[in-house]
Design a protein around this ligand. Structure first.
Ligand code: ISL
Ligand code: CA
Length: 541
């Protein structure tokens, strides 16, 4: 069946924090198996697993030392086979993370590469002449510090856009590409249903003497020449009935339409990284709703004729949307869900988002796990800040907020052992068990929302048109096809908002049916007082 992913809803699992089956405090594959009925009940169609490969875990699995082995913490290849089978038996597909911009520095290729300039694996990575005082250039890595790490034995430095334990692969080398392509085919033949391509827009770099003007990441963001590699990847992907979603920061909404064109595109859809617009001083910043709405509207428009969006509000790299754009209530969780899940594209739900999980109230640096955040904290201390101030500046936007274990029961129910990372303090209020039993919970609202999305083709293929575009707190839009027209109206603020709907939306000659709301007693009329984080979905007849 062509394009099965177009009307599918995805669910992102961070395996380390989803469910621990053997009580070592770390989530695992058997834990995921045990929760397939839960995912089935929620109504999702496919799972995206964050990396579960062999890894020294400098970047929680994004530093891979063996692409074709499972990290024993998570289980075995056999467990994965079983999970895929079980998922398929429940009409759920499964895609894996594909991390091919870099490997771990413990990958056998890199261990060889480091040995000498003559080693056959030398050119699998990016090496350049350097001295301890002088790196090949002054480019900065995403995780702080130089993109170069010096190796005294060969008097050269190797290149890395992330941590120094994540050396970048040399995509110019055909031998390296051949090995990577073989690995990709191996996984597709294993029976998975697709890939999420990690950091894929960084695989091509500018020449080392490229001069940075404004954007510090320009030397490795969607650099010309990447087309060759993407086209080769596409050729592999197109020979399987799979889906591919690229994490492609730096690919503009305009070029994303080409990247995801159904005829000529490289991949099926793209995660943009632009909508987490922030406002305020670092450490005190909050999400900017006007920015959020504007960016997403632009992506909707630019990809409308040909491209395809991947839709998300939470993931493993960002704080919880219910804390950043919401006010940590059921209403804000469900209003945010309504706003993004009915857009044009394939929606992804990140574990716990369907419960309205919130940011973690960090009180001590010991509660953080991400290498990058620990680094930031120490940088702040070195600049002379107090521990409290450094903690606050680091934790406002740390990835660790979204990586705390999933809440299954009042006490957590993730593991009977001490978990690898603390559970949030609100498991008693936000958990699967109470939400399943409460018809008005975010969980049950997500179920309705997913069902609604699938009940009308307009939500998959209809066009997108924003209304009240300038409103600072309300996001309103129309989805329309030949048969149906629906209005999605959300107040994304904690204040009441009095609005006047466009005439077209309230024409007395038409009749209107409320399809979904997150408040009781909703009315639909020209002048409306929207309650805090109220969401209404209406269909015109
Ligand atoms: O850092 C970025 C922009 O500021 C992004 O361009 C970058 O691509 C993104 O942060 C990459 O994230 C992904 O790859 C990382 C890993 O740590 C993240 O968890 C993963 O989502 C390295 O593999
Ligand atoms: Ca475990």
């Amino acid at each position: 069946m062509a394009n099965w992913w177009k009307n599918a809803v995805g669910y992102q699992i961070y395996p380390r924090s989803f469910m621990d089956s053997n009580d070592d405090g770390i989530g695992d594959l058997k834990g995921i198996q045990a929760k397939i009925p839960y995912l089935k009940e929620l109504g999702i169609d496919f799972i995206w697993l964050n990396p579960i490969y062999q890894s020294p875990n400098v970047d929680n699995g994004y530093d891979i030392s063996d692409y074709q082995a499972i990290n024993p913490e998570f289980g075995t290849l056999e467990d994965l086979k079983e999970l895929i089978q079980l998922a398929h038996d429940n009409q759920i597909k499964l895609i894996m993370d594909l991390v091919i911009n870099h490997t771990s520095d413990q990958h056998p290729w890199f261990l060889e590469s480091k040995k000498s300039k003559e080693n056959p694996y030398r050119d699998y990575y990016l090496w350049a002449d350097a001295s301890p005082e002088k790196m090949p250039n002054n480019w900065q890595s995403f995780f702080g510090g130089s993109t170069w790490t010096y190796d005294s034995s060969t008097k050269q430095a190797y290149f890395h856009v992330f941590a120094k334990e994540q050396p970048d692969l040399n995509w110019k080398n055909p031998a390296m590409r051949k090995d990577i392509y073989q690995m990709i085919r191996w996984w597709l033949d294993f029976g998975i249903d697709g890939f999420r391509l990690d950091a894929i827009s960084h695989i091509q770099k500018q020449p080392w003497d490229f001069k940075i003007t404004d954007n510090p990441w320009a030397p490795f963001m969607n650099v010309a020449g990447i087309e060759t590699y993407m086209a080769e990847l596409k050729e592999i992907f197109r020979s399987y009935n799979i889906m591919t979603v690229g994490e492609a920061s730096g690919v503009s909404s305009k070029s994303a339409a080409l990247w995801t064109d159904p005829e000529d595109g490289y991949i099926d859809m793209i995660f943009e990284l632009e909508h987490q617009v922030r406002t305020g001083e670092p450490g005190y910043e909050i999400g900017s709703l006007p920015g959020f709405k504007k960016v997403l509207s632009r992506w909707q428009k630019d990809l409308q004729p040909n491209g395809w969006n991947a839709l998300y509000i939470d993931n493993h790299d960002n704080p919880r949307s219910n804390s950043i754009f919401g006010n940590e209530t059921n209403e804000s969780a469900t209003a945010l869900a309504t706003a993004y899940l009915l857009l044009r594209g394939t929606p992804f739900i990140y574990q716990g988002q369907e419960l309205g999980m919130t940011n973690f109230p960090f009180e001590s640096i010991d509660e953080l796990r991400t290498t990058e955040s620990l680094q930031t904290y120490h940088d702040w201390l070195n600049k002379g800040l107090s521990q409290n101030e450094a903690l606050r500046l680091t934790t406002r936007w740390t990835r660790d907020h979204s990586r705390t274990p999933m809440h299954w029961t009042e006490l957590g129910g993730f593991s009977t052992n001490q978990p690898w990372m603390k559970l949030n303090t609100n498991t008693d209020k936000i958990n699967v068990a109470i939400q399943q039993a409460n018809p008005a919970s975010p969980f049950n609202y997500y179920k309705k929302l997913i069902t609604l999305r699938k009940s009308l083709p307009v939500f998959t293929s209809g066009s997108y048109q924003i209304a009240l575009a300038k409103h600072p707190s309300v996001w309103a839009y129309t989805r329309k096809d030949e048969t149906n027209e629906v209005f999605v109206l959300t107040n994304l603020s904690e204040k009441e908002q009095t609005i006047t709907l466009p005439n077209y939306w309230t024409n007395p000659n038409d009749s209107f049916e409320v399809l979904l709301t997150n408040y009781p007693n909703t009315t639909w009329q020209k002048k409306l007082i929207l309650r805090p984080y109220e969401a209404i979905v209406v269909k015109k007849h």
